[in-house]
Design a protein around this ligand. Structure first.
Ligand code: PLP
Length: 219
């Protein structure tokens, strides 16, 4: 049961770590069940799916976009999204800023770092992240706020590799936090590796299948 799963996971997460319940592909009824059990932060990876759920569900839910962003769809979520995890270019920040401005909002964003060795994973190198944060353009974007970093480990059973990847992002996060205030969030860890991620400094975990069960993409 979703309620029991949530309860069991919460017991393993320190209080200062934010739990994002990843509800992608799951029906509104599942989210409502988690909501009734006290969960308020949910993550989705497709903008249209998130918009549909936002419209049906209670308005005190905090919606996080965790997927790869299509710039032309940012406008559909600009009026309500709370945190965008997967920003991987200055161009995308500029688009988010433009759309947020139309709603007189400031949208919080995380820059996605590429820490996995897989070609398929999106994200920026540490150098690229520093270049964006130090750019002149970013100072002109008044309707976005970069509040931290996000990373995904390689899909592997190799615990040492996952640990090293989390560790490298943690170290980089610590390094740039001094120069850039506001970068407090470090979003890393999913169902299979969140305890490792927390041990390596994560303060935001994105957990789907351990709460809602395995996803069926053919349903
Ligand atoms: C699907 C997804 C998750 C959650 O994955 P689980 O293994 O089901 O916990 C976390 N982060 C991102 C970016 C995802 O796309």
């Amino acid at each position: 049961m979703i309620k029991d799963n949530l309860h069991n996971i919460k017991k393993t997460i320190p209080e200062q770590v934010t739990l994002v319940a990843v509800s992608k592909t799951k029906p509104v009824s599942d989210i409502q069940e988690a909501y009734n059990a006290g969960q308020r932060v949910f993550g989705e990876n497709k903008i249209q799916e998130m918009v549909g759920k936002y419209e049906e569900l209670p308005k005190d839910i905090e919606w996080h976009m965790i997927g790869h962003l299509q710039r032309n769809k940012v406008k559909y979520m600009a009026h309500f999204v709370n945190l965008i995890h997967g920003v991987d270019s200055l161009k995308t920040l500029i688009e988010i800023d433009k759309q947020a401005k139309k709603h007189s909002r400031v949208i919080n964003c995380l820059l996605q770092a590429k820490i996995a060795k897989e070609e398929s994973k999106f994200g920026l190198s540490f150098n690229e992240i520093e270049a964006i944060l130090n750019s002149e353009e970013i100072k002109t974007l008044k309707n976005i706020k970069v509040v931290g970093l996000m990373g995904m480990s390689t899909f592997t059973d190799n615990v040492k590799q996952i640990t090293d990847e989390f560790e490298s992002l943690h170290e980089f996060h610590n390094k740039i936090k001094n120069a850039h205030t506001n970068l407090n969030i470090l979003s890393m860890g999913m169902s299979g590796d969140y305890e490792l991620a927390i041990a390596k400094g994560s303060n935001m975990v994105r957990i789907g299948s351990s709460i809602f069960g395995v996803r069926n993409y053919n349903a």
